[in-house]
Write a protein that binds this ligand. Structure first.
Ligand code: GLC
Ligand code: CA
Length: 548
């Protein structure tokens, strides 16, 4: 292939592929059945040599009682002993940077753990200096809850505190009290935690439930949801009975993100630092507002459109075209097909379609986030009730909301526990039954495996200016079970043709009429093709280089 590897002016995070690591589940270095930072360090070459990703996003590793597996932070400036220590973190950053891999860490501003010293102080008395760092409210005169707000994880969002006789707000577990971001001291203290990690060399942050940090100061009731069905990409149960108008996304949130951006920019002189943010907002104009009116807020609000797209050529194209239209001029898109909160893509759409999804993810215009194990085609692992770990499943059982199935140990090899931990140790979640077939070693040696497909796509993406930075143009006049698009940079053009059906489909393109297949998702053909009469097999995607 003649892709050229010219260097370019885009910041690293626009060219990057971000690989998400859930530290508990990646690699256990010390034999306690739980993944850790040293395990990630051990696998640095996997990230650089085997995959060649440009950035990792680490889910939380902070000291935590683990009520929500680290999304309940008890100290923002340290490492939980389960995961290691600050020296190991420094080593992780050093090893990553040596290999040209950027490090993005999770930052959880909406809530702390109830064990955080700030909350411990806040709950001591109504006149404690930290009282106003959290959101406290009186009961209504009849003793009932301050308003009708609900916890995402089930039940009311308010918990009564006996000692001081007020309720505190928690958008998630009662062990995750919400911080009060309208208090400037909270912002100052939380921004200090960003500085701590920026000075340790991190390249950016993934901001947890970023749109939740500001609420209606009057604490008004949410209106009922007039539309049956669900609000986001999946049914949340009782939480879907309301429109979440007042318990999140208050416009003041934009002031905070402008200030956060100024902080990041002040550290970006030597190299750009990035803010990626979890924003569950499917109204695309609201979603796009998180880039900032002057592109002065978040670099990349995560785009979760593909998580709820009907998995058809038309459904997926509608998401991509909608996103392309919604991204403000000068802003940069991104795509997500899986993370630690979602059923795995290979389970959602099946293994054959997951190969199409991988080609899609790695060839669209925008920064892809790749969830650990998806490069192997790992699937959700059914968790017997007595082994459930996720508090969401425990609070709201039976709706399929539990997230353990997608958090099981990374499958490294065919040894017991897939090489995640020593043979005589029980991993914190069970390993997939198919691990002897689906693992790094087996797939590395199989030229048609999902891992081989992912590696080749990553390589092609790395060396192609059209694929990393080029424009996106959908191609019309193709069968409605196919999604075909061009990526173009100057005279360099790449055509991506994806057949979402299980049957053969014919393409009859006149312009472009000729090209050369660089890779098929079946990994069994390459070379010149006539696009006026081009057949795609069932569940086949092709990346076709066009003559300049
Ligand atoms: C985000 C995280 C999720 C966590 C929740 C509360 O959605 O991705 O894992 O449970 O926030 O912090
Ligand atoms: Ca361990």
């Amino acid at each position: 292939m003649t892709f050229d590897s010219q260097s370019s002016a885009e910041p690293w995070w626009q060219r990057a592929v971000i690989y998400q690591i859930y530290p508990r589940s990646f690699r256990d270095s010390n034999g306690d059945g739980i993944g850790d930072l040293a395990g990630i360090v051990e696998q640095s070459d996997y990230l650089s040599e085997m995959l060649g990703v440009d950035a990792v996003w680490l889910s939380p590793f902070y000291p935590s009682p683990m009520a929500d597996f680290g999304y309940d932070v008890a100290n923002y400036t340290d490492v939980d002993p389960i995961f290691g220590d600050l020296a190991t973190f420094d080593e992780l950053v050093a090893q990553a940077h040596r290999r040209g891999i950027h490090v993005i860490i999770d930052w959880i501003p909406n809530h702390t753990s109830d064990q955080h010293p700030w909350f411990q102080a806040s709950r001591l008395s109504r006149d404690n200096p930290k009282r106003d760092w959290y959101i406290w409210a009186d009961a209504k005169p009849d003793g009932s809850l301050p308003n009708n707000w609900l916890s995402v994880f089930g039940g009311p969002a308010w918990t009564w505190d006996q000692r001081t006789e007020q309720y505190y707000l928690h958008t998630f577990l009662d062990r995750q009290p919400d911080l009060n971001w309208s208090n400037p001291d909270v912002q100052a203290a939380m921004f200090d935690t960003l500085r701590f990690w920026l000075e340790r060399g991190v390249d950016g942050f993934r901001i947890d439930v970023a749109h939740h940090i500001m609420k209606d100061p009057e604490l008004r009731d949410n209106p009922p949801n007039p539309h049956p069905g669900f609000l986001l990409h999946k049914a949340f149960g009782e939480y879907d009975s309301q429109v979440h108008l007042y318990d999140k996304a208050h416009p003041e949130v934009h002031r905070v993100f402008r200030e956060l951006r100024r902080l990041l920019d002040s550290y970006s002189v030597e190299r750009p630092r990035v803010a990626v943010a979890e924003i569950h907002e499917f109204d695309l104009s609201l979603w796009a507002s998180y880039y900032g009116a002057h592109l002065d807020e978040l670099h990349m609000p995560f785009n979760f459109g593909l998580l709820r797209a009907p998995w058809t050529a038309q459904g997926v194209r509608a998401v991509v075209d909608g996103l392309e239209a919604a991204v403000p001029a000068g802003a940069w898109p991104n795509y997500v097909v899986g993370n630690h909160d979602e059923p795995r893509i290979a389970t959602r759409i099946g293994p054959a379609r997951a190969r199409i999804a991988m080609m899609l993810l790695l060839t669209l215009r925008g920064t892809p986030t790749l969830y650990y194990g998806d490069e192997l085609g790992m699937r959700d692992v059914p968790i017997p009730p007595e082994q459930v770990q996720d508090p969401w499943e425990q609070n709201v059982p039976g709706l399929g909301l539990g997230r353990d199935p997608q958090r099981t140990p990374m499958q490294w090899n065919g040894n017991p526990h897939a090489g995640f931990c020593p043979p005589d140790v029980t991993p914190w979640l069970p390993v997939a039954a198919d691990y002897e077939l689906v693992n790094v070693v087996a797939e590395r040696d199989d030229q048609r495996s999902m891992l081989s497909l992912t590696r080749q796509l990553l390589r092609l993406r790395r060396i192609s200016q059209a694929l990393t930075a080029g424009a996106y143009h959908p191609v019309d006049g193709v069968p409605n079970t196919c999604f075909v698009y061009l990526r173009q940079w100057d005279s360099q053009r790449v055509l991506v043709a994806l057949n979402f059906s299980g049957e053969q489909q014919m393409l009859h393109l006149s312009e472009p009429a000729h090209g050369s297949v660089a890779i098929s998702t079946h990994l069994d053909r390459e070379g010149p093709v006539d696009l006026t009469d081009f057949s795609l097999r069932g569940h086949e995607g092709c990346l076709i280089e066009l003559a300049e």
